[in-house]
Design a protein. Structure first.
Length: 375
């Protein structure tokens, strides 16, 4: 059975059975597109069909793009992950952070997932100042916990210190423009008309792990602090405004298409090379495939694993989200968006949608498609 014959019915079922509104899926192998499907609508009134050039908010899938930018910059400067962050960002050394390495920062081991100082997510300078003053919530390197909001600011500031350009600028210059990727960290007004409206998860249903989602709704818990600091832009509807789509929010503000997201990961799955142009050395791809932190996640309260800026499947997981290969890596986004590279099989995958689910990790809408690719 051909891949399209396997995936198309499952993709259609996402709409008829699982309540998808609008979505797209893309699969590449050996640096070439294998399958692109799209369907549904960009809006809840069913007035704007989802077309091949529709783009949508991908939430935390943006973190993978940002991590690749920092790793590329380190590669170009001949710097290693064992370098201390404070070597390039001296103010970061405050409050016991002088020995934190770039590897620890990228693998969510720095203990900087929540801020004690209340600052607005839209006030970049204030967030950076708060991170500089923040003491780690655990001894760096002894544990890991997902840095949901602070991660983007940490890697953005490192890129600024090393390159004198913002993450948004570095992304377009290094990957977006050369690869002709329809992915933006800070959406230009010229692209606004193509964006699908994002909708919050519908009431009802359950999300796992139950302990994490219960803590997420409980003031004072670590999970609540992590997802509310820096504060602001907590509602999905707020991310539909022109003003906020234009903001280069590195942790969760990327907007793009499934085909471009899969194309970017195809370059990573293809040894760092695409269309005759090399972006990453073998050693840098190895940094993406090599697990740096694995085990109980202090934020998610389940086992998770991270390489240098990318999520991986922990060995003890009951459900693989990046396919069967232990080398696979990627980064999902809240509500169901998902993207990864599998260098062993030279496969990449991306799924984007506009009707969010009550989950921060990939759900069956995309995982059934992933499983079908490897059948």
């Amino acid at each position: 059975m051909q891949l399209r014959d396997r995936l198309a019915p499952l993709f259609e079922e996402n709409f008829t059975r699982f309540g998808e509104l609008g979505a797209a899926v893309s699969n590449w192998q050996n640096g070439k597109p294998v399958l692109d499907l799209h369907g549904g609508f960009r809006d809840r009134k069913h007035e704007k069909p989802w077309t091949p050039d529709t783009i949508v908010l991908v939430w935390s899938a943006t973190k993978g793009l940002a991590s690749a930018c920092l790793l590329h910059l380190l590669q170009e400067r001949g710097l290693e992950l064992k370098h201390r962050v404070a070597e390039f960002w001296p103010e970061f050394a405050q409050a016991g952070k002088s020995e934190i390495t770039i590897a620890q920062l990228l693998s969510h081991q720095a203990g900087l997932c929540a801020l004690d100082t209340p600052v607005d997510v839209l006030d970049y300078s204030a967030v950076i100042a708060a991170l500089e003053k923040q003491a780690p919530l655990w001894p760096p390197g002894t544990a890991h916990g997902y840095h949901a909001r602070t991660f983007g600011f940490l890697v953005d500031e490192l890129v600024r210190r090393l390159s004198r350009s913002t993450m948004s600028e570095y992304w377009r210059k290094t990957f977006g423009d050369p690869l002709e990727l329809d992915i933006w960290i800070g959406l230009p007004e010229s692209e606004e008309e193509r964006v699908a409206t994002s909708y919050a998860a519908k009431a009802g249903g359950t999300a796992a792990p139950a302990e994490f989602y219960r803590d997420l709704a409980t003031p004072g818990t670590l999970a609540r602090k992590v997802f509310t600091s820096p504060h602001g832009l907590h509602s999905v509807s707020a991310m539909n405004s022109r003003e906020n789509r234009a903001r280069p929010i590195v942790s969760f503000g990327g907007i793009g298409s499934a085909s471009s997201l899969a194309k970017f990961y195809a370059m990573l799955a293809n040894g760092g090379e695409l269309d005759g142009r090399r972006f990453f050395a073998h050693e840098t791809i190895t940094q993406m495939t090599t697990t740096l932190a694995s085990g109980f996640d202090r934020v998610f309260q389940i086992p998770t694993a991270f390489s240098a800026g990318f999520m991986k499947d922990p060995t003890e997981t009951p459900r693989r989200i990046f396919g069967p290969s232990p080398l696979a890596f990627g980064h999902p986004g809240a509500g169901g968006s998902h993207a990864f590279a599998d260098p062993e099989n030279r496969i990449s995958f991306a799924y984007v949608m506009n009707q969010m689910e009550q989950s921060l990790l990939p759900n069956e809408k995309s995982l059934r498609l992933v499983d079908a690719i490897y059948r």
